[in-house]
Design a protein. Structure first.
Length: 429
């Protein structure tokens, strides 16, 4: 078989795109190097992932091995607490899932295979091509896959390896922070935050932490500046253990905890490629860009990038592969939307990092107490909460009104509260 499309990488982005293309009747080949760590960041989903799971017909299976996620709680070292519940706006999905990532990735791959995509266990290599095909599979990879000819289109879903971008020397813009994360799974780690499945983000003395309830265990991670991490110990295990023993908001909950997995390290918190497509190729998922894990948008962006490529290009039918101008225009449209997604997520995440969300919440709480019973006070407070919660869910993230509302309130309406810098996640680069 000579496939219409070859996808390099079988992670969430690659497998989702393979499944969507197979649904449309494309001949798809996916190269999988079969190398996956025991733990992966991306264990907590946002509600916006649910429609894609439903479209692929996998939600019921995912539900059997995952933890229902109703919302997120934010705790601050100064004592503030902010609770967000999903689905507070009619028509938005009111839940998500906390997932064992290896099992979720396997489910996506299995669904793609059921729909007709073909997978081969091989680490594909590429080389520069010509004007018609800017990048191409190497002869060794073509032989390993027993292909009679070269696929019409290549998709880079190699994740942070960014195989095509590195081969073509395409640059990227990185984020504002120089953080590193250390995380592991624990048993007997106290997590008293009803309802079941509530994720907790804690702003610590240094950096921040996550607690993600999974079936039978808790995923716990700390995120700190890379220079601060060096003062916590010499190994990932020492650094995570130091935070759990010394951080006031973690040490009591962790005192009886038993670590049941290795400690994993995660770096490089935000990146967007300068170019995501060219003649004969396009990037999908982390290969194009990835988002800071605060608010858990990463896996959604992987699935959404696959959906956008499908919508803008592959929905036109296999014949679009023979119309390079139309295909390029479609990829440009998908890339423009992806860039807006990245910008929108980072705007929202920055409001948490720089303390703005907590100052806004304190302003609202104080106004409600001072003017209790006044018409309109409760409406404004509920209105802000609904929009911020819906932005964090993925439903309103890109809405101009929601983004403008938060920026306006942040700029003009902070009153009788700690300044945002007192609430900021420290330190920054």
């Amino acid at each position: 078989m000579t496939p219409d499309v070859a996808i390099l990488g079988a992670g969430p982005a690659g497998s989702t795109l393979a499944a969507l293309l197979a649904q449309r009747g494309y001949k798809v080949l996916v190269f999988d190097d079969a190398k996956r760590p025991e733990l992966l960041v991306g264990e907590s989903l946002v509600p916006a992932t649910v429609p894609v799971m439903q479209r692929l017909g996998i939600e019921e299976k995912v539900k059997t091995y995952s933890q229902h996620k109703p919302g997120v709680t934010f705790l601050h070292r100064h004592g503030s607490r902010v609770d967000f519940t999903f689905g507070v706006v009619a028509g938005t999905v009111p839940y998500a899932y906390n997932i064992p990532r290896p099992q979720f990735d396997d489910t996506l791959r299995e669904r793609a295979e059921e729909l007709g995509a073909r997978f081969i266990t091989h680490r594909a290599t590429v080389e520069k091509g010509d004007e018609a095909r800017e990048i191409q599979l190497s002869a060794e990879t073509l032989a390993a896959a027993r292909l009679d000819g070269h696929p019409k289109l290549l998709i880079d879903a190699t994740g942070r390896a960014r195989l095509f971008a590195r081969t073509l020397r395409i640059g990227a813009k990185t984020g504002e922070r120089s953080d590193v994360a250390y995380f592991a799974h624990y048993e007997d780690f106290r997590h008293d935050f009803p309802p079941d499945g509530q994720v907790v983000i804690t702003i610590l003395e240094q950096g921040w932490s996550w607690r993600i309830p999974l079936p039978g265990r808790l995923s716990v991670g700390i995120v700190i500046h890379k220079d601060a991490a060096k003062t916590y110990g010499s190994t990932p295990e020492e650094r995570l253990d130091h935070a759990l023993r010394t951080e006031p908001l973690l040490k009591d909950q962790a005192k009886d905890a038993k670590r049941v997995t290795p400690v994993m390290t995660y770096t490089n918190y935000q990146l967007v490629s300068d170019r995501g497509h060219g003649p004969g190729w396009a990037a999908c998922g982390d290969s194009f860009g990835f988002v800071d894990p605060m608010l858990s948008p990463g896996l959604f962006m992987a699935l959404e990038s696959a959906r956008l490529l499908d919508t803008h290009v592959f929905s036109k039918g296999a014949s679009v592969l023979d119309r390079p101008g139309e295909m390029a225009a479609g990829f440009a449209g998908a890339e423009a939307e992806l860039r807006d997604w990245h910008q929108s997520w980072w705007e929202l995440i920055r409001h948490f990092y720089d303390g703005g969300i907590f100052s806004m919440y304190e302003t609202g709480t104080n106004f409600s107490a001072q003017f209790k019973g006044w018409p309109g006070i409760r409406f404004v407070e509920d209105h802000m909460t609904k929009h911020i919660a819906s932005m964090a869910s993925g439903a309103f993230t890109r809405r101009k009104y929601s983004r403008g509302l938060v920026s306006f309130m942040r700029k003009y309406m902070l009153r009788n509260c700690r300044p945002p810098e007192d609430y900021a996640v420290l330190p920054v680069k």
